[in-house]
Design a protein around this ligand. Structure first.
Ligand SMILES: Nc1ncnc2c1ncn2[C@@H]1O[C@H](COP(=O)(O)OP(=O)(O)OP(=O)(O)O)[C@@H](O)[C@H]1O
Length: 318
């Protein structure tokens, strides 16, 4: 990768979102959201479809104005940055490139209009694996290739801060693996990296820290490990050959019980020794009673369950 602006200029900027609110007609897309994105780590920005992630990124990039609050990059609004592409790179809508434009022409035009050295065009095309198709028109690109071209544009100014909206969209498994490495590499160079996704599995191996939103509000702002810990607390795995009977006796004592396999239950609301006593009193044997360790996916589903917009039973938002 080319020389790092972050190192040349000292610390990369922190992105600070303070109490932003944005309404589109009847929809309150972002509802008083605050969080910060420091340099040197990958911050995952997660939430169900329609949670307000893209709106938040657009507000940070000054593409839309908040009704309330502020979004600052290194203490300044995006519109106040003197050379924006050298300071913040962003991938928002990869489909937005004119279909008739060739990949390298698109980047050359961006470089010239932003006062960036044209040699960067070849460097970023190589970095994203598009050097061989540089003269092809974007209209003939697959979604994955358009994503890579959008990422090349974000990297063009060698910026110390980067924001990617759903960058994995359309990428094949090799592409997904590549983007994980790219994001982690950018953070390891000391850059500020914010990456959104509605799928937790995409952030699991990439993000160090998570900001989770639902219906425009903050649900969690914590290290990935802490998000899992919070979802694990007070929950136990009970393995038994007679799960239905065990569940019945535990529920009648006030426990919340979910079936997690043909012979296993997840139990919460009771202490471990009480669970053991109740099951034994019901004449049910068990082979395991241990603290449950929630996966990130499970933690995320628990966090966002109440804030998921489009479920089988709910068709309209607000
Ligand atoms: N320009 C707009 N005009 C009207 N409504 C909008 C506009 N932009 C966003 N919305 C609405 O605001 C809400 C938040 O949308 P947003 O695209 O920010 O969510 P998201 O978390 O990025 O979702 P996804 O994961 O589906 O991309 C949605 O209900 C959306 O329909």
């Amino acid at each position: 990768m080319a020389a790092v602006n972050a190192n040349r200029r000292g610390a990369a900027p922190t992105i600070e979102v303070q109490g932003i609110r944005k309404r589109y007609g009847r929809v309150l897309a972002v509802d008083g959201l605050s969080f910060t994105v420091p340099p040197g780590r990958v911050t995952g920005f997660a939430g169900p479809n329609g949670a307000g992630k893209s709106t938040t990124l657009r507000l940070i990039l000054g593409l839309d104005a908040p009704d309330e609050g502020s979004a600052l990059i290194g203490g300044r609004p995006y519109r106040g940055l003197r050379t924006p592409l050298r300071e913040v790179g962003a991938l928002l809508d990869a489909g937005a490139i004119h279909p008739g434009r060739r990949a390298d022409d698109h980047l050359r035009w961006l470089a010239r209009s932003n006062g960036l050295p044209v040699r960067r065009v070849r460097e970023v095309l190589e970095q994203v694996g598009l050097a061989q198709v540089a003269r092809r028109r974007a209209g003939g690109f697959s979604l994955g290739m358009r994503q890579r071209l959008g990422i090349a544009a974000a990297l063009l100014g060698d910026p110390p801060a980067l924001m990617f909206d759903e960058p994995v969209n359309g990428l094949d498994p090799e592409g997904v693996h590549w983007i994980r490495g790219l994001l982690r590499g950018l953070a390891a160079q000391g850059r500020t990296v914010l990456v959104s996704s509605h799928l937790m599995s995409e952030l699991e191996d990439t993000a160090d820290h998570l900001v989770v939103i639902g219906r425009g509000r903050l649900l969690a702002d914590a290290a990935v490990r802490d998000v899992c810990d919070a979802a694990s607390e007070g929950r136990y795995v009970l393995r038994t050959p007679r799960p239905a009977e065990a569940a019945g006796s535990l529920r009648s004592a006030g426990a919340a019980v979910t079936v997690s396999g043909p012979d296993s239950l997840i139990v919460s609301g009771l202490a471990a020794d009480r669970i053991a006593a109740l099951v034994t009193a019901a004449g049910v044997t068990f082979s395991e009673l241990t603290a449950h360790r929630a996966s990130l996916e499970e933690a995320y589903l628990r966090l966002t369950r109440a804030a998921t917009d489009y479920t089988a039973s709910t068709e309209e938002r607000r």
